[in-house]
Design a protein around this ligand. Structure first.
Ligand code: NAD
Ligand code: UGA
Length: 474
């Protein structure tokens, strides 16, 4: 068993959707390591430390059990960033890298201010030799910036006590399956220049991952591979979503087409589910970043090729919204529509870039009254998401030409006199809905829009609900 003397204390900066679960699994698999997850967000750290583990800041199946096992033993959450950097042999940078909203590259390039702040903090507080690991998704060549910041400290007067090496170790977990993805990864990618540091990180993963699954590359291949993996996954979703529209026109069924093409082992069956468009914090931002990089390096044709993945995604959401309006006689004013699902996919409470946000806003602009339901997202989150500087949503008491919305955990009450329901997230709970009971409560003619292929066409039609199913002609 590896019990490296060199690596004993690990600090992870960023206690978010990646930092939290990743370090929990690391602590569980490597009891000989002390792992300190630090974040500037006090409220988040308080939630990670909450005695009641149902109050953890993120919902992820299996996470709670691991936290119960390791928290306080070899996994610690703290706001004391400098302290834990100073004792760490290895520091993971796991902070957010969203799209820039102003300045050069606005709307496309990654905003690296949090990465840079971390690099400066590590430069200031680290002692001795520290291995710095990029866990966040970042543009290719970011390690160069981090190196320059760290090197400037090495070279400064009090430098004789500090040295650094930099590794890229992107994370491939998907939300909702994060624990399984971390425990059984397809591969671990380690990019770097310093073989010894790469081996240290590799040995840690080898506690539970077969060495054949650990891929070592140079820094730039590792950084770029993460962006490209997300771009290829998102491209598959946009490809099948584009075909869903063609299926609706021709009488083909997109699920049958997915099965037929996915049976070809060269294509493969995963990531071929048509839906309301991909959401999540990463696909869009990572492709935008790829587009920016391609243009930056003078490759506009490559940039335009990838940009279309986003164009189709935006179009799919607009297209679905328009179909709903059209089926409801072109008028949503005073119509009650139940939104089933607000998270961007099932088994997570994350709503970042959720198609539900865009589609809800569109329906509200048409004057609808929405009843929003989600098993794990709360009302406060929905409120934050529907608020927007450019978009005004009045409360129930302040009704004007825009629509209104309310949150409901009670499906039976939600369907009272509803004109339509729209399934937007593939929560297993929605597969168990008794439509016969709910249909009785709806105003007729009642519509069900299924964008996730959750319901059985025959069951719904037999009950008497008008069904529109994505990617089919019903
Ligand atoms: P997140 O927003 O959930 O978490 C980031 C955390 O970093 C926040 O809690 C923030 O307060 C903290 N932070 C920012 N600057 C800090 C600083 N200077 N010191 C201390 N804490 C600081 O983000 P996330 O979803 O965990 O994503 C993190 C990175 O991982 C991104 O680059 C993302 O692209 C990548 N990634 C995300 C996923 C995912 O499923 N969410 C998967 C793979 C990779
Ligand atoms: C994705 C990648 O799958 C991860 O490997 C990556 O680490 C992560 O992004 C990241 O870098 O953040 P995630 O966004 O959590 O993970 O979830 P996915 O399962 O990839 O789903 C993304 C979106 O695509 C969801 O809205 C989902 O509903 C949609 N999707 C996915 C489809 O519409 N059809 C599919 O067949 C698959």
């Amino acid at each position: 068993m590896y019990t490296s003397k060199e690596i004993k204390n690990i600090c992870c900066i960023g206690a978010g959707y990646v930092g939290g679960p990743t370090m929990a699994v690391l602590a569980d698999k490597c009891p000989f390591l002390n792992i300190y997850v630090v974040d500037l967000n006090q409220e988040k750290i308080k939630q990670w430390n909450s005695k009641d583990t149902s109050e953890l800041p993120i919902f992820e199946p299996g996470l709670e059990q691991i936290i119960k096992r390791v928290r306080g033993k070899n996994l610690f959450f703290s706001i004391n960033v400098d302290k834990y950097i100073s004792i760490a042999d290895m520091v993971f940078l796991s902070v957010n890298t969203p799209t820039k909203t102003k300045g050069v590259g606005s709307g496309q390039a990654s905003d690296l201010r949090w990465i840079e702040a971390c690099a400066r903090q590590v430069a200031k507080s680290a002692k001795g030799h520290t291995i710095v690991v990029e866990k966040s998704t970042i543009p290719v060549k970011t390690a160069e910036t981090i190196k320059i910041i760290l090197k400037s400290t090495e070279d400064s007067d009090d430098s004789n006590l500090k040295s650094f090496s930099i590794l890229s170790n992107p994370e491939f977990l998907a939300e909702g399956t994060a624990i399984n993805d971390l425990e059984n990864p397809d591969r671990i990618l380690i990019g770097g220049e310093d073989e010894e540091s790469m081996n240290h990180l590799s040995k840690i993963y080898e506690q539970w991952v077969a060495p054949t699954k650990i891929i070592k590359t140079n820094l730039w291949s590792s950084e770029l591979s993460k962006l490209i993996a997300n771009a290829f996954l998102a491209q598959r979703v946009s490809s099948i979503n584009s075909i869903s529209a063609l299926c609706e026109k021709t009488g083909a069924d997109v699920n049958q087409v997915s099965s037929a093409i996915g049976a070809d082992s060269r294509i493969g069956s995963k990531f071929l589910m048509a839906g309301p468009g991909f959401g999540g914090s990463c696909f869009k931002k990572d492709i935008l970043n790829l587009v920016y990089l391609c243009n930056y390096f003078g490759l506009p044709e490559v940039a335009n090729y990838w940009k279309n993945v986003i164009t189709i995604n935006d179009w799919q959401q607009k297209r679905l919204s328009e179909i709903i309006v059209e089926k409801l006689f072109g008028n949503l004013t005073d119509k009650k529509i139940v939104i089933l699902g607000f998270s961007f996919k099932a088994k997570t409470n994350d709503t970042r870039e959720s198609p539900s946000i865009y589609i809800s806003r569109y329906l509200l602009e048409e004057g609808a009254h929405l009843i929003i339901n989600d098993p794990k997202v709360n009302q406060k989150q929905v409120d934050n998401d529907l608020k927007d500087d450019q978009f005004f949503v009045p409360t129930l008491n302040n009704k004007n030409s825009f629509g209104t919305w309310e949150f409901s955990n009670n499906l039976e009450a939600a369907f009272e006199k509803a004109d339509a329901a729209v399934i937007l997230t593939d929560w297993p709970e929605y597969k168990k809905i008794n439509w016969k009971i709910l249909f009785k409560k709806m105003r007729k003619p009642a519509w069900l829009f299924d964008t996730r292929s959750i319901v059985e066409e025959k069951v719904i039609k037999d009950i008497g609900i008008n069904l529109w199913k994505l990617g089919s002609n019903c």
